[in-house]
Every structure is written in structure tokens, then in C-alpha cells.
Design a protein around this ligand. Structure first.
Ligand code: OOG
Ligand code: NI
Length: 268
């Protein structure tokens, strides 16, 4: 089924709130009485034809979104693109995909086995974008995926859904800096992702970002439940370009560290 932009993002937000209990608290802390503007969401997938980045992107392209930036993460073996809507008040969409062929034969076979369980009819429904997992997964497989790729393990456990929403600090009343946002969050006991420093980016690259560490929630595996990292909240402050409009892209070096907000293993 096709949805309009508002109903799609509302459905994704509802799913995200179920995965991310702390998001409601963050929202309440920062929004006071005002509204929160969502800068972007992010989706993850495997680069297999049935579910690859272009398949997810097609849902947004049908709503008027256009590809606006390409990114590569060599060490994590990922590629990504971001999409923008002609209406600048609509959230941007960041979609990444795991380059499955660069991993072990075991991982390639395992991922192929998961994706086999997705039906072709499922992926064309807009509801696919917040449908979660379409496959059976046991905990040992999750742990073995973790040993090769945090991203692969997260995606196997959570499937298709927004892994984060992003507070636009530019549109937030009462906050001028990302430091002030981070301080409010930390005083309330929220744990931030400190990989590469709490603040990723700088005015020089026209984007500053920070994020929470993903919530830990109970997830059902085929052989029982386990509590593992789910989804996180991001905070973005964009700087004006020469033409006066805010920078709309992403920054590879920063994004590389934002991915680690869902890490299950302690960071190095
Ligand atoms: C996406 C990480 C990158 C950003 O804003 O740079 C990102 C992800 O974790 O899937 O969201
Ligand atoms: Ni992000």
C-alpha cells in the first residue's frame, strides 16, 4: 500500500518509539512546549537485489524524494546515499547497505538465508519500511554475526525500520549549541555515544552531530529472549552555506561514528 509522507513518517515514528523507550523522555526534555523538527531518519539493509538500497529508496522516490549524496564506509563495508525532498521541511532520509560479498562465506550464506524469507510482495508495500524482521534468527547466529559486523547483527535482529530519528537543533527553542543539548541530556542521565568524541563534525564541515547510545530492549530470538541494543536518537546542528541555506548533506567521518550508536560490543 502507498502512503503519503506524513502517514509514512508517523507510522515509522510509532514503531521507533516502541523500539526506543528513551525517545519519549528525550522528546519531553528538549521540546518543552514546542514542536521537534526531525532532521532525518536512517534505514539499513543488505545489498542483495530483493532488499537493496534502491528497493528501499524507491518508496521515498515515489513520494518525491531524490538522491542527493553518496557515501562509503570502507572499514565497515557499507555504502550509503541520502535523499532529499523538494520541500525542505520534510526530513532527509539516509539509507545504507551492507556489502555482503566482502564478508565470510558463512555470513554471505546466513544473510542469503534471511533475505530468502522476505516475500517480493512485502518489499513493495510502504509498510515494509517499518515492518521489522522477516526471518527466524537464533541467538548464536546473532552473536556470530556480531563477531564480523555490528551492522549485520543489528539488521538481522531488528530488520526494516528507522534506526534513529534526529532532532534538528536549528529548530529547537532555547538551544544555540550542540554542547547545550548534550549537557541537558547528560544531566538527565542519558548516555551519549562518545566514539570519536561526543560531538561529531564541526562548523568547518557545516554539520555537528551527537547521538544517544541505543536503548537496550528485550528481543525474541527463535531460542529465547535476550536484551540487546535497539535504536537511538540523534541531534544535528546544520550551518549555512554560501547561499545562506543550511547545509543538507552528511559527513562520512561523522556518520562512521554515528553507526556505532547501536554497537553491542564495547567500543575500542
Ligand atoms: C546511520 C549512521 C549515519 C548520520 O547522520 O551521519 C547517520 C545508521 O546508523 O544507520 O545517521
Ligand atoms: Ni543520522
Amino acid at each position: 500500500m502507498h502512503q503519503n509522507i506524513d502517514s509514512l513518517f508517523t507510522a515509522m515514528w510509532q514503531d521507533y518509539l516502541r523500539m526506543t523507550p528513551s525517545a519519549a523522555k528525550v522528546h519531553e526534555l528538549l521540546a518543552k512546549d514546542g514542536e521537534i523538527i526531525n532532521d532525518h531518519i536512517a534505514l539499513r539493509t543488505f545489498n542483495l537485489p530483493k532488499v537493496g538500497l534502491p528497493v528501499l529508496a524507491a518508496h521515498f522516490e515515489a513520494l518525491g524524494y531524490r538522491a542527493a549524496g553518496d557515501y562509503e564506509f570502507k572499514q565497515k563495508k557499507l555504502k550509503a546515499k541520502h535523499y532529499e525532498h523538494p520541500d525542505p521541511t520534510q526530513p532527509k532520509v539516509f539509507i545504507s547497505e551492507l556489502l555482503v560479498e566482502q564478508f565470510s562465506p558463512w555470513l554471505q550464506q546466513t544473510v542469503a538465508g534471511l533475505v530468502e524469507q522476505v516475500t517480493a510482495a512485502d518489499v513493495v508495500d510502504d509498510a515494509f519500511l517499518y515492518s521489522g524482521r522477516h526471518w527466524q534468527l537464533d541467538f548464536a547466529t546473532y552473536e556470530q554475526l556480531l563477531a564480523e559486523s555490528e551492522y549485520a547483527a543489528w539488521l538481522a535482529a531488528f530488520g526494516y525500520r528507522a534506526n534513529h530519528f534526529t532532532v534538528s537543533i536549528n529548530h529547537l527553542d532555547g538551544y544555540e549549541t550542540i554542547v547545550a543539548v548534550n549537557d541537558t541530556l547528560k544531566h538527565a542521565g542519558i548516555v551519549l555515544n562518545s566514539a570519536g568524541g561526543e560531538i561529531k563534525g564541526s562548523p568547518a564541515v557545516m554539520l555537528e552531530q551527537s547521538s544517544t547510545m541505543a536503548d537496550q530492549i528485550p528481543v525474541a530470538f527463535s531460542d529465547g529472549g535476550h536484551t540487546i541494543p535497539s535504536c537511538f536518537y540523534e541531534f544535528a546542528l546544520r550551518y549555512p552555506q554560501a547561499d545562506g541555506t543550511l547545509y543538507r548533506g552528511f559527513v562520512e567521518a561523522s556518520a562512521d561514528k554515528i553507526f556505532e550508536s547501536t554497537n553491542a560490543k564495547p567500543m575500542s
